[in-house]
Design a protein around this ligand. Structure first.
Ligand SMILES: [Zn+2]
Length: 386
């Protein structure tokens, strides 16, 4: 198949053609295209979201693999990497395999899964993306095994103490302090403040931030903006804007819950915002506004996440997986979710300056600007070595 149009290639936009099946085969100046992308749109490498709670299994009432990955494709995301805090928890060889089967059957995006902290050494030999280390894991004896693995580890930066106290006590210093407790191949996810970024860099770790920690104000007593770690005050959020230029990646931390769960009293209601489809159009809107350069945007959503994860994606080049996100720079979008089971997010009606024209996954059209199609995503970590 050939796609023709404006292509983001080697840090510039050129007019050209890409030939692909499931992988990118050839890039050249002209062709007889199967897909001809009109003016005003640019073909980018597919967006990669390193931090998604797809749910499924016994939590399918909140969201499942099909709905979450459809929402991803709708938002221009071609790869999701899933967190293990499902029911049951994913941290044994059997559960990892069961989880991979669930994705193989239902995922409409390419994917990877993280295992939870475990002492089951068989897990390390399975095709996982790495391990997720939650605050409470920092005091578990199994952490030693995970620290000794060469695989990527994603840290939720807070102390075990932070999870045991009232929310108003989950302070920033606890987040910063937790970063010093780990070593090895670590990525620090959803940093809420600029100090995290400095600390992580000092220790040789990579970082990501979420749009909600940048944009939203925590409304006291409103569960919709309740997330962990919490959204910081305006002063810290302003400083965090530097992450747009200095962090390695952006991630959604898509964490769906039912409306009923979100309507429980504030201290009881579960934390999380479901907006996997918001990140990519938000970042490219910042390009249109002149805040970010095109190559910086691609670094944040595609190139750097691929590098951190160690997958052949994130750049349009021969041999990489044929995942593309086509952005329409001429059509704006009032944001809302479409395929997720979560219909209400704090980003609803947010004014985006661009929209998703098309999402291509594994060489197939997953979203054409109107509809998401039941294509089959693949585990991009199939050949990953521990
Ligand atoms: Zn999360």
């Amino acid at each position: 198949m050939w796609i023709r149009g404006k292509i983001f290639l080697n840090n510039e936009v050129i007019d050209g053609c890409v030939n692909f099946d499931r992988k990118i085969k050839e890039i050249r100046k002209d062709c007889k295209p199967d897909i001809d992308v009109p003016q005003g749109k640019i073909i980018f490498p597919g967006s990669i979201d390193m931090h998604v709670h797809v749910r499924g299994m016994n939590l399918s009432y909140k969201e499942d693999v099909r709905t979450a990955t459809s929402e991803a494709a709708y938002g221009g995301v071609t790869v999701v990497v899933d967190m293990p805090n499902t029911v049951p928890y994913i941290n044994t060889a059997e559960r990892v395999q069961e989880r991979l089967r669930e994705f193989a059957n239902f995922s409409r995006a390419d994917y990877g899964i993280y295992s939870g902290v475990t002492s089951d050494e068989r897990v390390d030999k399975l095709p996982i993306a790495g391990y997720k280390v939650f605050p409470e894991d920092l005091e578990k004896p199994e952490l030693q095994f995970v620290l000794s693995s060469k695989r990527l580890k994603i840290l939720h930066p807070e102390l075990p103490l932070s999870t045991k106290q009232f929310r108003n006590l989950r302070e920033m210093w606890q987040e910063i302090a937790s970063i010093s407790l780990v070593s090895g191949r670590f990525h620090i996810t959803h940093i809420t403040n600029y100090e995290d970024l400095i600390k992580a860099k000092e220790l040789g770790f990579t970082t990501d931030f979420t749009p909600h920690h940048l944009l939203l104000e925590e409304i006291k007593g409103d569960c919709l903006t309740k997330v962990n770690p919490p959204i910081r005050d305006l002063t810290e959020r302003r400083k965090l804007l530097k992450a747009l230029f200095e962090a390695d990646a952006v991630a959604s931390d898509h964490a769906p819950h039912t409306l009923q769960e979100k309507m429980q009293p504030y201290e009881l209601c579960p934390p999380g915002i479901a907006a996997v489809s918001f990140t990519t159009p938000f970042i490219y809107s910042l390009v249109k506004k002149g805040v970010l350069s095109l190559s910086r945007a691609v670094d944040l959503v595609s190139k750097n996440p691929a590098k951190i994860l160690g997958i052949n994606a994130g750049e349009i080049k021969e041999g990489n997986v044929a995942d593309f996100t086509v952005i329409d720079f001429e059509k704006d979008w009032r944001y809302h979710t479409q395929y997720s089971k979560v219909v209400e997010t704090p980003f609803d009606e947010y004014s985006l300056d661009v929209s998703i024209y098309m999402t291509i996954v594994e060489g197939k059209v997953a979203y054409d600007g109107y509809e998401v199609y039941p294509i089959r995503g693949m585990n991009l970590f199939e050949n990953s070595q521990p």
